[in-house]
Design a protein around this ligand. Structure first.
Ligand code: NAP
Length: 351
């Protein structure tokens, strides 16, 4: 090890409901690196992935399924790292590990359940860059895969709408819909540049800039026969506009609700909910971890599509552990194109 200090972001205070999370909610500290005990191993962080749900660790909220972190605790977050010291017979120094590393340079880890749980695993065949384990082969890719194909039951010939389409999950969801033979794939995003990127790089058929266009009118124009699968990451007015333009037996996949994430509640439901009855539609929420037992298949498919060049792994990298609070905040301001990754140290020379 080149340093015996472990830099960390610890929780300093909880944000108010209307506040975007940022550096003021965290404290930057350093402490000596601790030694692994029996059955444990020490992991040096290579990359972390800030995701919108991490705000939930700091929210004294309602009905979130995430546990609150106590003030003073190291901020929780998934990452990929390299084992640098081990006192566990199955984990060797030099191996690559994905898990809840926290916003810090080093963490003490121990195995948790199945090796196939995508959030905690030893990476048997690492690929470059290692951040792929957090993006396409991690939570973003798995969420898009299971949300679209399992919850949304998307099939060839479907017309698919994806909101927050240029984000981590959305950028994979639209591409998977294309690979699976969608008749039409349209994305909704917050800038003309992102809309161009969806069409030119990710092979979306069309895109709607929700900041400058009338979303309801554009959806009606682009889906004259209605939407078969609406993969919604946003909620609020965008969900409402989608509901008004469904095909018969449409499936609405509720993946997230980032538009209401930092607006004070209570939040109103969509006023177009009667369309669910008229169109015999199904609206269903899901959490990616519901599908972890099928993760091996998802990983195989995602990797195969990636290797063959059909699926682009879109990452948007910030550099330095110092950046983590800003990296997380940027997600709520549309500051990412693809999966936001924060690089803490370079990929080791293992390839
Ligand atoms: N159900 C699950 O298991 C699961 C798993 C992972 C993620 N999620 C959820 O899925 C959603 C997307 O996650 P992600 O990781 O892809 O996020 P991401 O990469 O951080 O993308 C978030 C994007 O949302 C857009 N956005 C932000 N505020 C918005 C608003 N008020 N209205 C419309 N769009 C807004 C921004 O792009 P623009 O520039 O386009 O505004 C931003 O880049 C989040 O709600 C997340 O919590 C759910």
């Amino acid at each position: 090890m080149t340093t015996n200090l472990n830099r960390q972001w610890r929780v300093a205070r909880y944000p108010k409901p209307e506040e975007i999370i940022g550096p003021e909610h965290f404290e930057w500290v350093s402490e000596p690196v601790t030694e692994p005990g029996d059955g444990e191993f020490l992991v040096r962080t290579i990359c972390l992935a800030p995701v919108p749900a991490q705000r939930g660790y700091l929210e004294k909220s309602h009905d979130s399924f995430l546990e609150n972190l106590p003030i003073g605790e190291v901020m929780r977050g998934r990452g990929v790292g390299q084992i640098v010291k081990s006192r566990h017979p199955d984990y060797q120094a030099g191996e690559i590990f994905v898990g809840s590393l926290g916003w810090q340079d080093y963490s003490i880890q121990r195995p948790r359940g199945s090796e196939f749980v995508f959030s905690t695993k030893k990476v048997k065949n690492p690929i470059r860059p290692l951040s792929t384990e957090l993006s396409l082969l991690g939570q973003a890719g798995a969420t898009a895969y299971f949300g679209l194909l399992e919850t949304g039951k998307m099939k060839a010939g479907d017309c698919v709408l994806v909101s927050a389409a240029a984000g981590g999950v959305g950028s994979a969801a639209g591409q998977i819909a294309r690979i699976k033979g969608a008749k039409k794939v349209v994305g909704i995003a917050g800038s003309d540049e992102k809309c161009r990127w969806l069409i030119d790089t990710l092979r979306y058929d069309d895109a709607i800039n929700y900041k400058t266009e009338n979303v309801g009118d554009r959806i009606k124009e682009l889906f004259p026969d209605g939407i078969d699968v609406f993969f919604d990451n946003v909620g609020g007015g965008i969900l409402n506009a989608g509901l008004a333009n469904l095909a018969m037996h449409a499936r609405i996949v509720i993946c997230g609700f980032i538009s209401t994430d930092y607006s004070p509640g209570p939040h109103h439901g969509p006023i177009n909910y009667q369309c669910i009855v008229y169109k015999r539609a199904r609206i269903e929420g899901f959490v990616v971890f519901d599908y972890w037992e099928q993760y091996e298949k998802a990983e195989r498919d995602l990797f195969e599509w990636y290797r063959s060049g059909e699926l682009i792994n879109a990452e948007d990298e910030d550099k330095g552990l110092e950046m983590m609070p800003d990296s997380l905040a940027s997600l709520f301001r549309g500051g990412n194109t693809g999966v936001k990754i924060c690089r803490v140290s370079p990929d080791p020379d293992i390839f």
